[in-house]
Structure formats: structure tokens, C-alpha cells
Design a protein around this ligand. Structure first.
Ligand code: NAP
Length: 250
């Protein structure tokens, strides 16, 4: 059988790089999506040095031309896509942290461009190629802070958090996931949202208590679900349930 083809967005560092490495270790051909050529090539070199079949693919998920060009490249080179991990994501910059009542639309738009519109644009561009694969998997890297259930549970660890842009972008991504899962329910494609848990990456000043590798395990699990596996779930690290893996509430 030929290798499976996997594309990970934002794969030059953090959880995305770890996901690319783990998928490569499973003998997949990994397309290392990155918006910066130097950072993308550095990641490609690192993965190849480990013996993995990795190729840098220029991809800025907020840039329509870049998304189209990436999809055209995958079409020409491979003709199909088996795994898409929509991993690229951003949080607030310095000086953007604010109460909901003080949130600016500029901040909201910036975060949504990457965290919500990006995955939709990339998925739509690649869906024809995902439909050509025998049983493609789409993983949207979300977060427990996108779970309204988790964030509004007075007994939960995240109840004190009050921020609109990042949490609501992940809540929107959760709904995006559920809607694609419904649209594609009569196809072999499974679409799920991943909660990596709080992992030490540049996203949070490396303050997370989990490793990027542990976060990547969640995406890889969902990217390799068997035919009888679920679709349309938020699945991953369950902080409020003692730290195992499982389904999180929307
Ligand atoms: P990270 O180390 O900051 O990595 C983020 C990646 O996304 C980088 O490769 C970054 O590229 C890329 N990226 C950002 N904007 C992009 C764009 N417009 N186009 C293409 N790539 C772009 O953060 P991370 O923690 O690994 O985050 C990965 C995913 O996990 C995100 O979706 C995040 O929301 C989610 N997540 C993380 C945690 C956590 O605790 N770390 C928890 C829950 C969910 P550059 O290097 O060019 O900036």
C-alpha cells in the first residue's frame, strides 16, 4: 500500500511539529505546513534528519492565495490527502488582553482569521482531495477553553477565565467541526476537534504542564481513527476529570 499523505498546518514548531513527527513515525508522508519559509525548511530538515518523509509546504492559513496554491501543490504532487490537521492557531498579543466588555473587534478579527476562518478555508480547499482518499481524517486543533460547558462550570479549573477572542474562536471551531462532521457523515471522512491540554509551547510562554508531544498524541489519535471511530466530537485531555483522555462537553 502507498504511504498515507498528511498535512499539518502550523507544523514548524510546538504541537504541530510534534504532530508532524508522530505522523511521520507512523510511516505517513508529512507535509509540513508553515507560513515562514525559513522556519518551514528548518522543520523539514529536522524531520528528515530523523529519517521521516517530510516536505515543507508554504501555507499561511489567513492568505487565500497561499491556501489555493498549497491545495494545488498537493493535488499535483499526490492527487489526494488522507489526513488534514488544522493545527495553526494564535492567542492574544501583548496589550490585547481585556475583559469581554473591553474587547476590540480588531483583536477579535485577528484571532478569528487564524483560528476559525483559516481551518474553514484550508478544509474547503482540500476537501476534494480528502474525498479522494479511502478514509480521510480531519482534525481541528481546538481547546477546552472553547468548551462552553467547561468554561461555565463553577467547580471547574477554568471558571475564573474571562476572555472573548481565543475561547470564542475555539468554541466557533468546535461548531465548525460538528457541522463538517454532519455534512460528511455519509462519507468515510471523520471530522473531530482535539483538545491537546495545556502544553508548554510559545503560545503560552512555555508555561503549560504537558509537553507538545503529549498534545500531539491527541491529534494523532484522531488522525488515525479506525472506520468504526467517532466523528463530530471534542476529544482529548480532560483536566476536570483528573487528566485522562476522553470526550469533552461542547
Ligand atoms: P505555537 O507553538 O505558537 O505554534 C503555533 C503554530 O501555528 C506555529 O507554527 C505558527 O507559525 C502557526 N501559525 C500561526 N499563524 C499561522 C498562519 N496564519 N498560517 C500558518 N501557520 C500559522 O502554539 P501551539 O501551542 O503548538 O499551538 C498549536 C495549536 O494548539 C493551536 O491551534 C492552539 O490554539 C492549540 N492549543 C494549544 C494549547 C497549548 O497549551 N499550547 C492548548 C490548547 C490548544 P509561526 O511560527 O510562523 O508563528
Amino acid at each position: 500500500m502507498t504511504n498515507m499523505i498528511a498535512l499539518v498546518t502550523g507544523a514548524n514548531k510546538g504541537i504541530g511539529l510534534a504532530t508532524a513527527r508522530q505522523l511521520g513515525t507512523l510511516q505517513m508522508t508529512v507535509l509540513v505546513g508553515a507560513r515562514d519559509a525559513e522556519r518551514g525548511r528548518t522543520a523539514e530538515r529536522a524531520l528528515r534528519a530523523e529519517g521521516l518523509d517530510a516536505t515543507f509546504l508554504p501555507l499561511d492559513v489567513t492568505d487565500a492565495e497561499s491556501v489555493t496554491a498549497a491545495a494545488e501543490w498537493v493535488e499535483k504532487k499526490h492527487g489526494r490527502l488522507d489526513v488534514l490537521v488544522n493545527n495553526a492557531g494564535i492567542v492574544l498579543g501583548d496589550g490585547e488582553r481585556a475583559l469581554p466588555s473591553e474587547t476590540t473587534l480588531a483583536t477579535l478579527r485577528r484571532v478569528y482569521e487564524t483560528n476559525v476562518f483559516g481551518p474553514v478555508a484550508v478544509t474547503n480547499a482540500l476537501l476534494p482531495l480528502l474525498l479522494r482518499a479511502p478514509a480521510a481524517r480531519i482534525v481541528n486543533v481546538s481547546s477546552e477553553v472553547g468548551s462552553i460547558g467547561v468554561m461555565t462550570d463553577p467547580a471547574g479549573a477554568l471558571f475564573a477565565l474571562t476572555s472573548v477572542p481565543y475561547p470564542s474562536s475555539k468554541a466557533a471551531l468546535n461548531m465548525v467541526t460538528a457541522m463538517y462532521a454532519k455534512e460528511l457523515r455519509d462519507t468515510p471522512i471523520k471530522v473531530n476537534a482535539a483538545n491537546p491540554g495545556y502544553c508548554a509551547t510559545d503560545l503560552n510562554g512555555n508555561s503549560g504542564f504537558r509537553t507538545p508531544e503529549q498534545g500531539a498524541e491527541v491529534s494523532v489519535h484522531l488522525a488515525t481513527l479506525p472506520a468504526h471511530g467517532p466523528s463530530g466530537l471534542l476529544w482529548g485531555f480532560q483536566m476536570d476529570a483528573g487528566g485522562g483522555y476522553g470526550v469533552l462537553p461542547w
